[in-house]
Design a protein around this ligand. Structure first.
Ligand SMILES: Nc1ncnc2c1ncn2[C@@H]1O[C@H](COP(=O)(O)OP(=O)(O)OP(=O)(O)O)[C@@H](O)[C@H]1O
Length: 356
C-alpha cells in the first residue's frame, strides 16, 4: 500500500446541537482514488469541506503528510475542490476562470498562459480559451471547473458530486474521463457520491457511510462481494437479506432449513443477517431446490430478468439471463460461497437477547 497522505483522527462535528460525525477516523493514501459513498445527509460533504478547509471539526485532527492542517486556511492547503455547482464566474471567459486562482497567487502572465493551455488540453477543451462559460454545456462547464482546480497543482483533488447535474450518457463519459485524468495527473482523488454504480466503477477504495458512521472501507469488489452488514449489502447493488441463526460454523439456519455456508467465525446460536445476491441464486427443478416456490413476477431489464419467487415464506429477488414463466413452480439453490453471513447491528442484537 502506498504512503499515508491524509489522516482524519477522532473527528467530531455538530451543527446546532446535532451531531453529524462522531469519532470519525479515515486514512487516505498517496495516489488513491477514494470515494465517500452514502445516502443524502450522511455527512460526506461535511468531511470533504473539512479536508478542503471550509469547515473546522469541533474536535479531532486532520493530518496532511504528518502535519496538522486542522485549522489551516483553504488556500494554504495542497488540496483543491471541484464543487457540485462548479461555481464558475459567469462574467469571465474560460481562460479567465482558470487563471483566477493563479493570478491571486501572483503568478506571471506567461506561466498562467502555459498552465491554461495545459489544463484545457487535459480536459479536452483545447482552443476554448475565449469561450463564454454561460454558453457551454453542463459537461463542458464541469471540465472547466476541473481544469481550474488542476492548474493549482494540488496533491489532492476533492470532487463533490461533480456529475450530479449531468444526464446519464454524459455522466458515464465524464466518469471515464476522470479516471483517465487521475492516471495522467498521478495525484490523490477524494470523490463524493450517493451513486453506488459510480463509486464502484471509478474507485480504488470505497468508504460506505450511513448517518455519520463509516460502515465499511474496502475495494469496490470487497464492499460488493463481502459486505460487513445489511446496510452495505442493501445500499450497494440488489440483495436478498434474510434473518438467520448460526447452527455451527459453516451451517446457517435460514427460513426453517439448515443451509451450508462458508467459514463464518460466528458462534453457535448467534442471530445473523444473511445476504444473497440476486444473480447468485440458481433456479432449478422444484425437487432439486433447497427451497420450493412459485414465480410471482418476471420483469425484463434489458440485459437481465428480475424474477420474484415466493419460497420458504420469503419473497426472493433472482436475476437470470434467460426468461422464466410466471406462475411456474421452481426450486431455489444456493451455493455456499454465495451466502454472505453478516453481524446484526448492535441494537438489534440487544433486542434479540432481551426477547428471550
Ligand atoms: N452549515 C450547516 N448547518 C446546519 N446543518 C448542516 C450544515 N451543513 C450540513 N448540515 C447537515 O449535516 C448533515 C450532513 O450533511 P452533508 O452535506 O455532509 O451530507 P451529505 O452526505 O454530503 O449529503 P448530500 O449528498 O445531500 O450532500 C445533514 O443533515 C445536513 O442537513
Amino acid at each position: 500500500m502506498a504512503r499515508e497522505l491524509l489522516k482524519l483522527e477522532h473527528i467530531n462535528k455538530s451543527y446546532e446541537d446535532r451531531q453529524i460525525l462522531e469519532d470519525l477516523n479515515l486514512t487516505v493514501h498517496e495516489n488513491e482514488f477514494l470515494t465517500l459513498l452514502g445516502p443524502s445527509g450522511c455527512g460526506k460533504t461535511t468531511i470533504l469541506r473539512m479536508i478542503g478547509g471550509f469547515e473546522t471539526p469541533d474536535s479531532g485532527r486532520i493530518l496532511f503528510d504528518g502535519q496538522d492542517i486542522t485549522r489551516l486556511q483553504p488556500e494554504k492547503r495542497q488540496v483543491n475542490t471541484v464543487f457540485q455547482k462548479y461555481s464558475l464566474f459567469s462574467h469571465m471567459d474560460v481562460a479567465e476562470n482558470i487563471a483566477f486562482g493563479l493570478k491571486l497567487k501572483g503568478k506571471s502572465a506567461s506561466y498562467i498562459k502555459d498552465k491554461i493551455k495545459y489544463a484545457l488540453k487535459l480536459v479536452n477543451l483545447d482552443g476554448y480559451e475565449h469561450a463564454r462559460v454561460t454558453q457551454m454545456s453542463g459537461g463542458q462547464q464541469q471540465r472547466i471547473a476541473i481544469a481550474r482546480a488542476v492548474v493549482n497543482e494540488p496533491k489532492v483533488l476533492l470532487l463533490d458530486e461533480p456529475f450530479s447535474a449531468l444526464d446519464l450518457k454524459l455522466r458515464q463519459n465524464m466518469q471515464r474521463e476522470i479516471v483517465k485524468l487521475k492516471k495522467e495527473l498521478g495525484i490523490t482523488f477524494i470523490f463524493v457520491t450517493h451513486d453506488q454504480q459510480e463509486a464502484l466503477s471509478m474507485s480504488d477504495t470505497v468508504v460506505v457511510m450511513n448517518q455519520g458512521w463509516i460502515q465499511q472501507i474496502g475495494t469496490p469488489e470487497s464492499v460488493y462481494n463481502e459486505p460487513e452488514n445489511a446496510f452495505v449489502a442493501d445500499f450497494i447493488g440488489d440483495s436478498n437479506i434474510i434473518d438467520g441463526v448460526m447452527v455451527r460454523d459453516k451451517l446457517v439456519h435460514l427460513l426453517g432449513k439448515d443451509i451450508p455456508c462458508i467459514n463464518t467465525g460466528f458462534g453457535e446460536n448467534v442471530p445473523v443477517d444473511v445476504q444473497i445476491r440476486p444473480e447468485d441464486i440458481q433456479i432449478c427443478a422444484p425437487a432439486d431446490g433447497q427451497f420450493r416456490g412459485i414465480i410471482r413476477q418476471v420483469v425484463f431489464k434489458g440485459t437481465v430478468y428480475d424474477i420474484t419467487i415466493e419460497a420458504g415464506g420469503f419473497s426472493w429477488l433472482v436475476q437470470t439471463i434467460t426468461g422464466h414463466e410466471q406462475g411456474a413452480e421452481v426450486g431455489i439453490r444456493l451455493a455456499p460461497a454465495n451466502i454472505q453471513i453478516m453481524a446484526k447491528p448492535a441494537s438489534e442484537d440487544e433486542e434479540a437477547v432481551s426477547d428471550e
